[in-house]
Design a protein around this ligand. Structure first.
Ligand code: 6R9
Length: 647
């Protein structure tokens, strides 16, 4: 079957910032003359001391290192706030929509945001926070979350946001890993009408983190939460006492901006570290070009600030560009499945950027929820977080966008800082399901398992050949792990962990992770993390977790569990283990299936054969492959015979 192609609409080809010819020329130049190209693109940022050196990077062991604009200085908070005040001080920077449509929304101008950021920055300074110190942010989707990020950036403190859906244990691990002394949180969060006990979670986490001496607590719901004398400060009162002036600290381009923990195929989540100058250029540039952003437009990225998409495309990219960025506290189906599109109408949103998992869930509810709304303001749609299946793409395009809005399907990662492979709306004909073409400076390649470069239309492991300004610089506290994880599988290349197909037109189609990472509703999770949560339970001897196809979430979590000898597994234990994992990691890690198994398929050397477990979870029993190398091949028959019946 020939795949669909949607040519660039004529008005987009004529009016967009970048048309096809310009894209080709800019991409060529970004690769052939990177120093000249990036010196120019970096002018979108206000530098305090201009850089004299642009690119100084190597992926090779001998001289490994990634440095961009390395002798320049800047402050990213000043780039997101101060420099807009003269021209756009009264423009709305953040349009906030609360969880419940009956509560009041908020519009915060650049001038107001600047004052709020300065006050919080002064409070942090008063609590002894200095440049280079780590500050943990555990907040719901409220404007104060953006204020917190920018206040850290203003004084050079490194923020580490922990998604407000993570458990106290997960929070404690992340506070400890980066030695943060300060936590910014709220009494409770509110999502889909449900309260999330954030302060309670913090208190529980801090029993393991004695070094934390300051907790600033925002009153979001007004719940009565215990406050520890000397440590806990009510946000509103504490900032009210501070001055609304705070000079931005001059930071080096390569000074750290933030840490964001993300799951890998092994071990604990890694603290992905981004630095200031290159990230600023990358976030601002990609936001402008990918969304064809023009000042005055209302732009909405529906991601949570707990994920990298929220960092780059709710806060830093849009604010660096002087945009009006919508921040939404709620969920797509509360109080009903029209919610997203009602918010679009309420604010006149022109650009909407969301995740396939939400779109699939809404698609299932029926078109009438979309048709109830006007959506006339929409001109561009975006997708991120996981592959978008062509069916959901077509629905997004036809039903939500009424055929008039291009869709930018942006492939990228926490590690890449911003969009890497994506259509540009005025330049790229769209193929549903394909992230399409590389961004400026991005040189993707497909390799076979032996590291041979594959040409033309082919399938392979997706790698990137050279550095780009938004690339992560290290794993917090473990530079060796950074090098080992990303640059040793294929020497001299950045390995993404994704599989990919390239078609005869040079379009890239991401096929999903090829390592032990699963993508559940666009959230990355390491199977190893869920396994270690399961084996931490007293009745569990061994566990193996794999992804399984899931109609809404993209992938679901399938856990094979072997219990201790004296334990008789039953339905009650199954429920207990589900609750256990939710408590250990958070609700996003809830197993969809737990299959009790007397044994797991292992090689003679004791390695679990995940390939076989994946096939069973996928119900793809015809292609289990060679099982003769297993220590005990009968284990597989038992797993198949006792496969739970799935709805
Ligand atoms: C931004 C973000 C990264 C992983 C990545 C890939 C998957 C993200 C995608 C996509 C296909 C897209 N992914 N965007 N797959 N098409 N447009 O999601 O970062 O949370 O680190 O996840 O997500 O597998 O490797 P992160």
């Amino acid at each position: 079957m020939a795949e669909a192609i949607y040519p660039v609409p004529a008005d987009w080809a004529q009016n967009a910032l970048i048309d096809e010819a310009r894209y080709l020329e800019m991409h060529r130049r970004s690769v052939e003359e990177p120093d000249a190209f990036w010196a120019e693109e970096a002018q979108r940022i206000d530098w305090i001391k201009p850089f004299t050196k642009v690119k100084n990077t190597s992926f090779h062991e001998e001289d490994f290192g990634i440095r961009w604009f390395e002798d320049g200085t800047l402050n990213l908070s000043a780039n997101c706030l101060d420099r807009h005040l003269a021209e756009r001080g009264d423009t709305v920077a953040i349009l906030w929509e609360p969880d419940s449509p009956t509560d009041a929304s908020r519009a915060i101008t650049y001038r107001e945001l600047h004052a709020d950021v300065c006050r919080l920055a002064n409070l942090l300074k008063a609590r002894g926070v200095k440049a280079g110190d780590r500050v943990t942010i555990y907040l719901p989707m409220v404007p104060e979350a953006a204020v917190a990020m920018l206040a850290c950036a203003r004084i050079g403190a490194i923020h580490s946001i922990v998604f407000a859906g993570f458990s106290p244990d997960a929070l404690a691990g992340r506070i400890e890993d980066c030695d943060s002394r300060v936590v910014l949180t709220a009494d409770e969060g509110l999502r889909g009408g449900k309260r999330v006990p954030l302060k309670k979670n913090v208190d529980e986490a801090l029993t393991h983190c004695p070094a934390v001496d300051t907790v600033v607590v925002l009153a979001r719901t007004g719940a009565d939460v215990p406050m520890q004398e000397g440590r806990d400060l009510p946000w509103a009162q504490a900032v009210a006492a501070q001055s609304a002036d705070c000079a931005p600290v001059e930071m080096n381009a390569e000074d750290p901006l933030f840490i964001l923990y993300t799951s890998g195929s092994t071990g604990k989540p890694k603290g992905v570290l981004h630095t200031t100058g290159g990230y600023a250029v990358w976030a601002a540039m990609t936001h402008q070009y990918v969304f064809d952003y023009r000042p005055g437009q209302i732009y909405w990225c529906a991601a949570d600030i707990g994920w990298v998409t929220g960092h780059s495309y709710v806060v830093y990219g849009p604010l660096a560009n002087g945009a009006t960025t919508v921040m939404f506290e709620g969920v797509p189906n509360f109080p009903d499945p029209s919610r997203f599109w009602q918010v679009v109408d309420k604010f006149g949103v022109e650009i909407f950027y969301g995740a396939p998992t939400a779109l699939r869930a809404l698609m299932r509810e029926g078109d009438e929820w979309v048709h109830k709304t006007s959506r006339q303001s929409l001109r561009l749609l975006g997708s991120v977080g996981e592959p978008i299946n062509p069916e959901a793409w077509e629905w997004y395009h036809k039903v939500v966008g009424e055929g008039r809005c291009p869709i930018v399907d942006t492939w990228w990662q926490t590690e890449t800082g911003g969009a890497m492979i994506t259509p540009l709306p005025g330049a790229t004909a769209l193929k549903p399901g394909s992230a399409s073409k590389p961004m400026f400076g991005v040189q993707p390649a497909l390799l076979d398992n032996d590291g041979q470069v594959l040409d033309g239309a082919t399938d392979g492991c997706l790698v990137i050949g050279d550095s780009w300004p938004g690339q992560m610089r290290t794993v917090w506290g473990d530079h060796e792990r950074f090098f080992q994880t990303y640059f040793t599988t294929f020497k001299g290349w950045y390995f993404t962990g994704d599989g990919c197909r390239r078609d005869e037109d040079g379009y890239y189609w991401i096929t999903g992770r090829i390592d032990d990472v699963i993508n559940v509703s666009g959230h990355r999770m390491g199977t190893a993390e869920i396994e270690s949560a399961l084996v931490a339970h007293a009745k569990v001897a061994e566990a193996a977790v794999v992804g399984m196809p899931h109609a809404i979430k993209g992938q679901g979590i399938y856990a094979y569990v072997t219990c201790n000898a004296e334990v008789e597994p039953d339905e009650a234990l199954r429920r207990e283990l589900v609750a256990w994992v939710r408590h250990e990691i958070g609700p996003i890690a809830t197993p969809d299936v737990i299959q009790f198994a007397p044994g797991l398929p292992k090689t003679r050397s004791g390695k679990i054969m995940r390939r076989i477990l994946r096939k069973i979870a996928e119900n793809d029993l015809g292609s289990l492959g060679d099982t003769s190398t297993l220590a005990d091949p009968s284990v597989v028959d038992n797993l198949i015979a006792n496969r739970p019946v799935l709805a």
